[in-house]
Write a protein that binds this ligand. Structure first.
Ligand SMILES: Cc1ncc(COP(=O)(O)O)c(C=O)c1O
Length: 425
Protein backbone atom coordinates (compact mmCIF):
# COMPACT_ATOMS: atom_id res chain seq x y z
CA UNK A 1 0.00 0.00 0.00
CA UNK A 2 1.41 3.39 -0.98
CA UNK A 3 0.07 6.81 0.04
CA UNK A 4 -2.31 6.98 -2.94
CA UNK A 5 -3.65 3.48 -2.23
CA UNK A 6 -4.30 4.46 1.39
CA UNK A 7 -6.17 7.59 0.31
CA UNK A 8 -8.24 5.53 -2.14
CA UNK A 9 -9.13 3.04 0.63
CA UNK A 10 -10.24 5.89 2.88
CA UNK A 11 -12.37 7.38 0.13
CA UNK A 12 -14.14 4.03 -0.31
CA UNK A 13 -14.56 3.36 3.42
CA UNK A 14 -18.21 3.64 4.56
CA UNK A 15 -17.04 3.90 8.21
CA UNK A 16 -14.84 6.95 7.49
CA UNK A 17 -17.77 9.26 8.32
CA UNK A 18 -17.63 8.09 11.96
CA UNK A 19 -14.51 10.18 12.53
CA UNK A 20 -16.78 13.22 12.73
CA UNK A 21 -18.08 11.84 16.05
CA UNK A 22 -14.71 12.57 17.68
CA UNK A 23 -12.43 15.52 18.33
CA UNK A 24 -8.80 14.77 17.54
CA UNK A 25 -6.05 17.37 17.82
CA UNK A 26 -4.80 18.49 14.39
CA UNK A 27 -1.66 16.69 13.28
CA UNK A 28 -2.12 13.75 15.67
CA UNK A 29 -2.34 10.13 14.57
CA UNK A 30 -3.75 8.49 17.64
CA UNK A 31 -2.68 4.87 18.08
CA UNK A 32 -3.41 4.64 21.80
CA UNK A 33 -7.18 4.23 21.97
CA UNK A 34 -6.42 0.92 23.68
CA UNK A 35 -5.12 2.93 26.65
CA UNK A 36 -7.23 6.11 26.69
CA UNK A 37 -9.91 6.69 24.07
CA UNK A 38 -10.39 10.07 22.38
CA UNK A 39 -12.89 12.82 23.13
CA UNK A 40 -16.35 12.23 21.65
CA UNK A 41 -17.54 15.36 19.83
CA UNK A 42 -20.76 15.37 21.84
CA UNK A 43 -18.98 15.21 25.21
CA UNK A 44 -18.07 18.89 25.88
CA UNK A 45 -21.66 20.11 25.39
CA UNK A 46 -23.13 17.14 27.25
CA UNK A 47 -20.74 17.65 30.16
CA UNK A 48 -21.59 21.36 30.26
CA UNK A 49 -25.29 20.44 30.33
CA UNK A 50 -24.79 17.87 33.08
CA UNK A 51 -22.84 20.38 35.15
CA UNK A 52 -24.74 23.60 34.44
CA UNK A 53 -28.34 22.44 34.14
CA UNK A 54 -28.55 19.06 35.82
CA UNK A 55 -26.26 19.76 38.74
CA UNK A 56 -26.40 23.59 38.85
CA UNK A 57 -30.12 24.11 38.33
CA UNK A 58 -31.66 20.71 38.94
CA UNK A 59 -29.65 19.98 42.08
CA UNK A 60 -30.94 16.99 44.05
CA UNK A 61 -34.06 16.85 41.85
CA UNK A 62 -31.94 15.60 38.95
CA UNK A 63 -31.72 12.13 40.44
CA UNK A 64 -35.30 11.80 39.20
CA UNK A 65 -35.77 14.54 36.61
CA UNK A 66 -32.52 13.90 34.69
CA UNK A 67 -32.72 10.11 35.12
CA UNK A 68 -29.46 10.01 37.07
CA UNK A 69 -30.64 7.15 39.19
CA UNK A 70 -30.86 4.55 36.42
CA UNK A 71 -27.74 5.67 34.49
CA UNK A 72 -25.70 2.54 35.41
CA UNK A 73 -28.42 0.29 33.95
CA UNK A 74 -29.18 2.51 30.95
CA UNK A 75 -25.52 2.63 29.96
CA UNK A 76 -25.19 -1.06 30.76
CA UNK A 77 -27.84 -1.79 28.14
CA UNK A 78 -25.77 0.13 25.59
CA UNK A 79 -22.61 -1.79 26.50
CA UNK A 80 -24.61 -5.03 26.23
CA UNK A 81 -25.12 -4.35 22.51
CA UNK A 82 -21.35 -4.41 22.03
CA UNK A 83 -20.53 -7.56 23.98
CA UNK A 84 -23.20 -10.07 23.04
CA UNK A 85 -25.29 -9.56 26.17
CA UNK A 86 -28.97 -8.75 26.61
CA UNK A 87 -30.66 -5.68 28.11
CA UNK A 88 -30.70 -5.82 31.91
CA UNK A 89 -27.53 -7.93 32.10
CA UNK A 90 -24.88 -5.19 32.41
CA UNK A 91 -24.27 -2.23 34.72
CA UNK A 92 -21.69 0.53 34.28
CA UNK A 93 -20.10 1.29 37.60
CA UNK A 94 -16.87 1.52 39.60
CA UNK A 95 -13.50 0.57 38.08
CA UNK A 96 -12.46 -2.59 36.28
CA UNK A 97 -10.35 -3.59 39.29
CA UNK A 98 -13.25 -3.18 41.71
CA UNK A 99 -15.69 -5.00 39.45
CA UNK A 100 -13.20 -7.81 39.11
CA UNK A 101 -13.05 -8.06 42.88
CA UNK A 102 -16.84 -8.40 43.00
CA UNK A 103 -17.23 -11.05 40.33
CA UNK A 104 -14.18 -13.07 41.29
CA UNK A 105 -15.36 -13.14 44.89
CA UNK A 106 -18.83 -14.29 43.74
CA UNK A 107 -17.32 -16.99 41.53
CA UNK A 108 -14.96 -18.21 44.25
CA UNK A 109 -17.76 -18.33 46.82
CA UNK A 110 -19.76 -20.60 44.53
CA UNK A 111 -16.92 -22.82 43.36
CA UNK A 112 -15.53 -23.31 46.89
CA UNK A 113 -18.60 -25.34 47.77
CA UNK A 114 -16.63 -28.24 46.26
CA UNK A 115 -13.56 -28.70 48.53
CA UNK A 116 -11.50 -30.34 45.74
CA UNK A 117 -11.51 -27.06 43.85
CA UNK A 118 -8.66 -25.08 45.38
CA UNK A 119 -7.21 -23.32 42.32
CA UNK A 120 -7.85 -20.03 40.60
CA UNK A 121 -6.08 -20.24 37.25
CA UNK A 122 -4.86 -17.25 35.25
CA UNK A 123 -2.05 -16.31 32.91
CA UNK A 124 1.32 -14.96 34.04
CA UNK A 125 0.98 -12.38 31.25
CA UNK A 126 -2.39 -11.12 32.49
CA UNK A 127 -2.69 -7.46 33.43
CA UNK A 128 -1.21 -6.94 36.90
CA UNK A 129 -4.34 -5.56 38.55
CA UNK A 130 -6.16 -8.80 37.69
CA UNK A 131 -3.38 -10.85 39.24
CA UNK A 132 -3.16 -8.66 42.35
CA UNK A 133 -6.92 -8.85 42.97
CA UNK A 134 -6.87 -12.61 42.45
CA UNK A 135 -3.83 -13.00 44.71
CA UNK A 136 -5.53 -11.20 47.57
CA UNK A 137 -8.84 -13.06 47.17
CA UNK A 138 -7.04 -16.39 47.03
CA UNK A 139 -5.18 -15.56 50.24
CA UNK A 140 -8.44 -14.64 51.96
CA UNK A 141 -10.26 -17.76 50.80
CA UNK A 142 -7.41 -20.22 51.30
CA UNK A 143 -7.11 -20.92 47.56
CA UNK A 144 -4.05 -21.05 45.34
CA UNK A 145 -3.50 -18.76 42.36
CA UNK A 146 -1.92 -20.86 39.60
CA UNK A 147 -0.31 -18.80 36.82
CA UNK A 148 0.18 -20.49 33.49
CA UNK A 149 1.96 -19.67 30.25
CA UNK A 150 0.68 -19.94 26.70
CA UNK A 151 -0.43 -23.44 25.71
CA UNK A 152 -0.64 -24.80 29.27
CA UNK A 153 -4.39 -24.44 29.73
CA UNK A 154 -5.50 -27.91 28.58
CA UNK A 155 -3.03 -29.49 31.02
CA UNK A 156 -4.23 -27.59 34.11
CA UNK A 157 -8.00 -27.70 33.62
CA UNK A 158 -9.30 -30.43 35.90
CA UNK A 159 -11.51 -30.87 38.96
CA UNK A 160 -9.12 -28.90 41.17
CA UNK A 161 -9.91 -25.65 39.35
CA UNK A 162 -12.52 -23.38 40.90
CA UNK A 163 -12.26 -20.40 38.56
CA UNK A 164 -10.49 -19.66 35.29
CA UNK A 165 -9.83 -15.91 35.10
CA UNK A 166 -8.55 -14.63 31.77
CA UNK A 167 -8.22 -11.40 29.85
CA UNK A 168 -9.80 -11.97 26.45
CA UNK A 169 -7.27 -9.82 24.53
CA UNK A 170 -3.86 -9.62 26.15
CA UNK A 171 -2.85 -6.05 27.01
CA UNK A 172 0.79 -6.49 25.97
CA UNK A 173 0.66 -8.79 22.98
CA UNK A 174 -2.84 -8.22 21.58
CA UNK A 175 -3.32 -12.01 21.44
CA UNK A 176 -6.98 -13.03 21.69
CA UNK A 177 -8.50 -16.15 23.24
CA UNK A 178 -11.32 -18.12 21.64
CA UNK A 179 -13.84 -17.30 24.35
CA UNK A 180 -16.39 -19.96 23.40
CA UNK A 181 -13.84 -22.78 23.17
CA UNK A 182 -12.01 -21.84 26.37
CA UNK A 183 -15.27 -21.42 28.29
CA UNK A 184 -16.48 -24.81 27.05
CA UNK A 185 -13.23 -26.42 28.20
CA UNK A 186 -13.47 -24.75 31.62
CA UNK A 187 -17.07 -25.87 32.02
CA UNK A 188 -16.18 -29.42 30.99
CA UNK A 189 -13.75 -29.39 33.94
CA UNK A 190 -16.46 -27.94 36.21
CA UNK A 191 -14.82 -24.51 36.57
CA UNK A 192 -16.40 -21.06 36.28
CA UNK A 193 -14.99 -18.41 33.93
CA UNK A 194 -14.26 -14.74 34.60
CA UNK A 195 -13.37 -12.68 31.50
CA UNK A 196 -11.68 -9.28 31.50
CA UNK A 197 -12.87 -7.45 28.37
CA UNK A 198 -10.71 -4.32 28.86
CA UNK A 199 -9.16 -4.73 25.39
CA UNK A 200 -12.20 -6.33 23.78
CA UNK A 201 -15.28 -4.19 24.41
CA UNK A 202 -15.60 -1.90 21.41
CA UNK A 203 -12.49 -3.45 19.86
CA UNK A 204 -13.54 -6.93 18.74
CA UNK A 205 -16.89 -8.72 18.54
CA UNK A 206 -17.66 -10.40 21.85
CA UNK A 207 -20.41 -13.00 22.31
CA UNK A 208 -20.81 -13.47 26.06
CA UNK A 209 -24.15 -15.25 26.02
CA UNK A 210 -23.38 -17.38 22.97
CA UNK A 211 -20.08 -18.37 24.63
CA UNK A 212 -21.97 -19.30 27.82
CA UNK A 213 -19.39 -17.31 29.81
CA UNK A 214 -20.07 -16.86 33.53
CA UNK A 215 -18.78 -13.41 34.53
CA UNK A 216 -17.20 -10.50 32.66
CA UNK A 217 -15.92 -7.03 33.45
CA UNK A 218 -14.44 -4.36 31.22
CA UNK A 219 -13.15 -0.86 30.88
CA UNK A 220 -14.95 2.38 29.90
CA UNK A 221 -11.99 4.61 29.10
CA UNK A 222 -10.23 2.56 26.40
CA UNK A 223 -12.09 1.58 23.24
CA UNK A 224 -15.40 2.87 24.66
CA UNK A 225 -14.02 6.44 24.75
CA UNK A 226 -15.63 7.26 28.11
CA UNK A 227 -12.88 9.64 29.31
CA UNK A 228 -10.01 9.31 31.79
CA UNK A 229 -10.97 6.99 34.64
CA UNK A 230 -14.45 6.40 33.15
CA UNK A 231 -16.68 3.90 34.98
CA UNK A 232 -16.19 0.28 34.00
CA UNK A 233 -18.87 -2.37 33.46
CA UNK A 234 -19.85 -5.73 34.86
CA UNK A 235 -21.86 -8.56 33.31
CA UNK A 236 -23.06 -11.72 35.00
CA UNK A 237 -24.72 -14.55 33.16
CA UNK A 238 -28.43 -14.58 34.07
CA UNK A 239 -28.10 -18.16 35.25
CA UNK A 240 -25.88 -16.85 38.09
CA UNK A 241 -27.13 -13.30 38.57
CA UNK A 242 -29.63 -13.98 41.35
CA UNK A 243 -27.67 -16.77 43.00
CA UNK A 244 -24.39 -15.17 43.95
CA UNK A 245 -23.64 -12.44 46.45
CA UNK A 246 -20.98 -9.92 45.66
CA UNK A 247 -18.94 -8.76 48.66
CA UNK A 248 -19.30 -4.96 48.36
CA UNK A 249 -22.85 -4.92 49.66
CA UNK A 250 -23.48 -1.18 49.51
CA UNK A 251 -26.87 0.48 49.52
CA UNK A 252 -27.01 0.96 45.74
CA UNK A 253 -27.05 -2.80 45.34
CA UNK A 254 -29.91 -3.17 47.81
CA UNK A 255 -33.31 -4.34 46.60
CA UNK A 256 -34.95 -1.18 48.00
CA UNK A 257 -32.26 1.42 48.81
CA UNK A 258 -34.72 4.14 49.79
CA UNK A 259 -36.40 2.02 52.42
CA UNK A 260 -33.22 2.54 54.48
CA UNK A 261 -33.57 -0.78 56.26
CA UNK A 262 -30.78 -1.93 58.62
CA UNK A 263 -30.18 -5.23 56.80
CA UNK A 264 -28.86 -5.91 53.31
CA UNK A 265 -31.17 -7.51 50.80
CA UNK A 266 -29.50 -7.81 47.37
CA UNK A 267 -31.32 -6.37 44.38
CA UNK A 268 -32.47 -8.95 41.85
CA UNK A 269 -30.20 -9.50 38.86
CA UNK A 270 -27.25 -7.35 37.90
CA UNK A 271 -28.39 -4.41 40.10
CA UNK A 272 -26.75 -6.08 43.10
CA UNK A 273 -23.34 -5.45 41.51
CA UNK A 274 -23.65 -1.74 42.25
CA UNK A 275 -22.18 -0.56 45.52
CA UNK A 276 -22.45 3.13 46.44
CA UNK A 277 -23.50 6.44 44.89
CA UNK A 278 -22.49 6.60 41.25
CA UNK A 279 -20.22 9.18 39.53
CA UNK A 280 -22.90 10.90 37.44
CA UNK A 281 -20.61 13.28 35.56
CA UNK A 282 -18.32 10.43 34.54
CA UNK A 283 -21.25 8.27 33.53
CA UNK A 284 -22.57 11.17 31.42
CA UNK A 285 -19.26 11.36 29.57
CA UNK A 286 -19.19 7.59 29.10
CA UNK A 287 -22.63 7.74 27.50
CA UNK A 288 -21.21 10.05 24.80
CA UNK A 289 -18.48 7.50 24.07
CA UNK A 290 -20.99 4.67 23.87
CA UNK A 291 -23.32 6.64 21.60
CA UNK A 292 -20.45 7.44 19.22
CA UNK A 293 -19.63 3.77 19.00
CA UNK A 294 -23.25 2.72 18.56
CA UNK A 295 -23.45 5.18 15.65
CA UNK A 296 -21.70 2.39 13.72
CA UNK A 297 -24.71 0.07 14.13
CA UNK A 298 -26.49 1.16 10.92
CA UNK A 299 -23.19 0.53 9.06
CA UNK A 300 -22.76 -3.02 10.29
CA UNK A 301 -21.75 -2.36 13.91
CA UNK A 302 -19.02 -4.40 15.55
CA UNK A 303 -18.72 -6.78 12.57
CA UNK A 304 -17.96 -3.90 10.21
CA UNK A 305 -15.61 -2.28 12.74
CA UNK A 306 -13.81 -5.59 13.12
CA UNK A 307 -13.27 -5.97 9.36
CA UNK A 308 -11.80 -2.49 9.21
CA UNK A 309 -9.67 -3.05 12.30
CA UNK A 310 -8.17 -6.18 10.74
CA UNK A 311 -7.57 -4.34 7.46
CA UNK A 312 -5.83 -1.51 9.34
CA UNK A 313 -3.64 -3.83 11.42
CA UNK A 314 -2.83 -5.98 8.34
CA UNK A 315 -1.78 -2.83 6.48
CA UNK A 316 0.34 -1.63 9.40
CA UNK A 317 2.10 -4.99 9.77
CA UNK A 318 2.76 -5.24 6.02
CA UNK A 319 4.15 -1.69 5.84
CA UNK A 320 6.41 -2.12 8.89
CA UNK A 321 7.77 -5.36 7.46
CA UNK A 322 8.29 -3.83 3.99
CA UNK A 323 9.78 -0.52 5.08
CA UNK A 324 11.72 -1.47 8.24
CA UNK A 325 12.96 -4.93 7.18
CA UNK A 326 14.61 -6.93 9.96
CA UNK A 327 14.18 -4.17 12.55
CA UNK A 328 11.14 -5.50 14.44
CA UNK A 329 9.63 -8.79 15.53
CA UNK A 330 5.85 -9.00 15.41
CA UNK A 331 4.64 -9.86 18.92
CA UNK A 332 0.93 -9.82 18.04
CA UNK A 333 -0.47 -12.97 16.39
CA UNK A 334 -0.65 -12.74 12.61
CA UNK A 335 -3.78 -14.93 12.43
CA UNK A 336 -6.92 -12.85 12.38
CA UNK A 337 -8.77 -15.17 14.75
CA UNK A 338 -6.11 -14.60 17.41
CA UNK A 339 -5.50 -10.87 16.95
CA UNK A 340 -7.15 -8.09 18.94
CA UNK A 341 -7.21 -4.50 17.66
CA UNK A 342 -3.60 -3.64 18.39
CA UNK A 343 -0.16 -4.40 16.98
CA UNK A 344 2.85 -4.86 19.22
CA UNK A 345 6.40 -4.88 18.00
CA UNK A 346 9.66 -5.68 19.72
CA UNK A 347 13.11 -4.71 18.47
CA UNK A 348 14.94 -7.54 16.76
CA UNK A 349 18.27 -6.27 18.10
CA UNK A 350 17.98 -3.37 20.52
CA UNK A 351 20.87 -0.92 20.20
CA UNK A 352 20.37 0.50 23.69
CA UNK A 353 18.38 -0.47 26.80
CA UNK A 354 15.92 2.39 26.24
CA UNK A 355 15.62 2.15 22.47
CA UNK A 356 12.02 0.84 22.31
CA UNK A 357 10.91 3.54 24.73
CA UNK A 358 12.85 6.21 22.86
CA UNK A 359 11.36 5.27 19.48
CA UNK A 360 7.87 5.66 20.95
CA UNK A 361 8.82 9.06 22.40
CA UNK A 362 10.26 10.21 19.07
CA UNK A 363 7.05 9.12 17.35
CA UNK A 364 4.95 11.00 19.92
CA UNK A 365 7.02 14.13 19.25
CA UNK A 366 6.01 13.72 15.59
CA UNK A 367 2.32 13.42 16.57
CA UNK A 368 2.10 9.61 16.27
CA UNK A 369 0.89 8.53 19.71
CA UNK A 370 1.43 4.91 20.68
CA UNK A 371 2.90 3.58 23.89
CA UNK A 372 5.61 1.43 25.36
CA UNK A 373 5.44 -1.47 27.77
CA UNK A 374 8.61 -2.57 29.53
CA UNK A 375 9.62 -6.20 29.27
CA UNK A 376 11.16 -8.49 31.87
CA UNK A 377 13.31 -11.61 31.94
CA UNK A 378 10.70 -13.51 29.87
CA UNK A 379 9.27 -10.86 27.57
CA UNK A 380 10.82 -8.14 25.44
CA UNK A 381 10.15 -4.40 25.65
CA UNK A 382 7.34 -3.60 23.29
CA UNK A 383 6.09 -0.75 21.16
CA UNK A 384 2.31 -0.90 21.30
CA UNK A 385 -0.05 0.55 18.70
CA UNK A 386 -3.83 0.45 19.11
CA UNK A 387 -6.08 0.75 16.06
CA UNK A 388 -9.54 2.20 16.50
CA UNK A 389 -11.48 1.99 13.24
CA UNK A 390 -13.99 4.59 14.47
CA UNK A 391 -11.54 7.41 13.87
CA UNK A 392 -8.49 5.98 12.11
CA UNK A 393 -8.02 5.56 8.39
CA UNK A 394 -5.58 3.90 6.04
CA UNK A 395 -3.73 7.16 5.38
CA UNK A 396 -3.11 7.41 9.14
CA UNK A 397 -1.54 3.95 8.98
CA UNK A 398 0.65 4.88 6.04
CA UNK A 399 1.76 8.13 7.65
CA UNK A 400 2.44 6.47 11.02
CA UNK A 401 4.78 3.95 9.40
CA UNK A 402 6.41 6.71 7.37
CA UNK A 403 7.17 8.57 10.62
CA UNK A 404 8.58 5.35 12.10
CA UNK A 405 10.88 5.00 9.10
CA UNK A 406 12.09 8.60 9.57
CA UNK A 407 12.70 8.09 13.30
CA UNK A 408 14.88 5.07 12.51
CA UNK A 409 16.64 6.39 9.41
CA UNK A 410 17.69 9.62 11.10
CA UNK A 411 18.47 7.99 14.45
CA UNK A 412 16.06 10.48 15.99
CA UNK A 413 15.38 8.14 18.89
CA UNK A 414 18.97 8.67 20.15
CA UNK A 415 18.16 12.21 21.26
CA UNK A 416 18.53 12.64 25.02
CA UNK A 417 15.02 13.93 25.59
CA UNK A 418 13.55 10.70 24.17
CA UNK A 419 15.58 8.54 26.53
CA UNK A 420 14.39 10.08 29.83
CA UNK A 421 11.80 7.57 31.02
CA UNK A 422 8.60 9.25 32.31
CA UNK A 423 6.48 7.96 35.20
CA UNK A 424 3.62 7.00 32.84
CA UNK A 425 4.76 5.13 29.76
C1 LIG B 1 -6.67 -6.09 31.07
C2 LIG B 1 -6.80 -4.89 31.96
N1 LIG B 1 -7.58 -4.96 33.06
C3 LIG B 1 -7.72 -3.90 33.89
C4 LIG B 1 -7.09 -2.71 33.60
C5 LIG B 1 -7.17 -1.49 34.48
O1 LIG B 1 -8.11 -1.54 35.46
P1 LIG B 1 -8.51 -0.17 36.21
O2 LIG B 1 -9.31 0.64 35.24
O3 LIG B 1 -9.26 -0.64 37.38
O4 LIG B 1 -7.27 0.55 36.54
C6 LIG B 1 -6.29 -2.59 32.46
C7 LIG B 1 -5.61 -1.31 32.17
O5 LIG B 1 -4.92 -1.11 31.23
C8 LIG B 1 -6.16 -3.71 31.63
O6 LIG B 1 -5.38 -3.64 30.55
Amino acid sequence: MNLQDSQRLDAQDPLAALRAHFILPPGVIYLDGNSLGVLPAAAPARMAEAVRQEWGDGLIRSWNTASWFDLPQRLGDKVARLIGAAPGEVVCTDSTSINLYKVLFAAIAQAKADPRRHLVVSERSNFPTDLYIAESLCEMHGLELRLIDEGELPRVLDDTVAVLMLTHVNYRTGAMHDMAAVTAAAHAAGALTVWDLAHSAGAVPVALNDSRADFAIGCGYKYLNGGPGAPAFVWVNTRHADRFRQPLSGWWGHAAPFEFTPHYRPAPGIGRYLCGTQPILSLSALECGLDSMLAAEPMGGMAALRSKSLALTDAFIALVEARCPGRFTLVTPREHARRGSQVCLSLTAAQSPTQAYAIVQALIARGVIGDYRAGDAHTPDILRFGFTPLYLGFEDVWRAVDHLVQVLEHDEWRRDEFNQVNAVT
